[in-house]
Design a protein around this ligand. Structure first.
Ligand code: GRG
Length: 293
């Protein structure tokens, strides 16, 4: 199957699974369940679940075992976007091509919607099958650590504190590690763990995801400068408008592009212990380097 078809089919399978897992829109409190579905089914790329499923495949596992984790990752990611868009954070009106959650449902509902998605992600992980090497507690710890103040929330704190300041590249990489790479690392690790991966394969996928995550955020920063709001489905030029230090603002566009290529090459190199089984992951890394949104 070619990559485009694979990405489309896998995203559709993830959507179907999330549709089954999430409370129905009419279930009480209907406003909340409607809001959760509004933000989740707004057309994101489903990159984190796709990476999770591809990691399971690379380790000889199957999609069915990895699916609750794949969906949990998308729910945690969507929560972070809903909260990131709030007036108290990035204050954005547009996400995934639609008005943001607080614009449609109000700020209070948007806060609760994010909280509900985050909580739901752990409920899903509790449905995972334990493997010989990994327990359900291992899956839960993995996601909890990623969502904690050590990673995702810590990244957001550094991001907020950095607004309007000149940051060093070193500081920016720290922010990118925490706010973006950590959830990608978690995606690959949960997929690998669902397939009972050996410690060597788990480490290889961790290294792959770390570098892929850094490449992904550098490209995100580049696209913020070079693409239109229509193409991105979120407000373009936002970083400059709020004086946020980004890769292009520190080293320029050309050097940013070179950094993204370097990180992608490092990601690909990390896959060598997985041999041909990691073919799909190699394709995804190359595709993300060329993405336009
Ligand atoms: C705890 C209050 C609170 C907030 C959490 C973690 C967090 C806030 C915010 C981070 C949000 C963020 C914008 C991170 C950057 C990662 C990134 C590039 C997200 C966009 O991911 P895509 O392009 O989005 O995969 P789609 O819409 O395709 O899923």
């Amino acid at each position: 199957m070619d990559l485009k078809t694979y990405l489309k089919q896998t995203a559709a399978a993830v959507d179907l699974a999330m549709d089954g897992y999430l409370p129905k829109a009419k279930e009480r409190p209907a406003t909340m369940h409607e809001a959760m579905r509004y933000v989740v089914f707004a057309g994101g790329k489903r990159l984190r679940p796709i990476l999770c499923l591809a990691a399971a495949e690379a380790c000889g596992g199957d999609a069915e075992a990895a699916m609750p984790a794949a969906c949990a990752l998308e729910l945690m990611h969507t929560y972070s976007l809903v909260h990131d868009d709030l007036p108290a954070m990035d204050d954005d009106d547009l996400r995934r091509g639609r008005p943001t959650c607080h614009k449609v449902y109000g700020e209070g509902m948007a806060v609760l919607c994010g909280d509900a998605l985050l909580t739901e992600s752990f409920l899903l992980l509790a449905r995972m099958r334990p493997m010989r090497r990994y327990s359900v507690a291992d899956y839960v710890s993995e996601l909890a650590l990623t969502g904690s103040s050590r990673k995702l929330i810590g990244g957001q704190v550094m991001d907020l504190e950095g607004e309007g300041k000149d940051l060093t590249k070193k500081r920016l990489v720290l922010i990118h590690e925490a706010k973006t790479a950590a959830l990608l690392v978690c995606s690959l690790r949960l997929g690998a763990m669902s397939a009972d991966a050996t410690p060597r394969k788990l480490q290889a996928l961790t290294d792959f995801a770390y570098n892929l995550g850094l490449a992904f955020q550098v490209i995100d920063d580049i696209l913020d400068v070079t693409q239109s709001t229509e193409k991105l489905g979120k407000t373009a030029g936002k970083d400059e408008a709020v004086s946020k230090a980004t890769y292009p603002s520190i080293v320029g566009l050309a050097a940013s592009r070179r950094a993204a290529v370097r990180y992608t090459r490092a990601a690909e190199a990390a896959l060598s212990p997985l041999g041909a089984k990691a073919g799909r992951l190699r394709q995804i890394a190359a595709y993300l380097l060329e993405r336009e949104y």
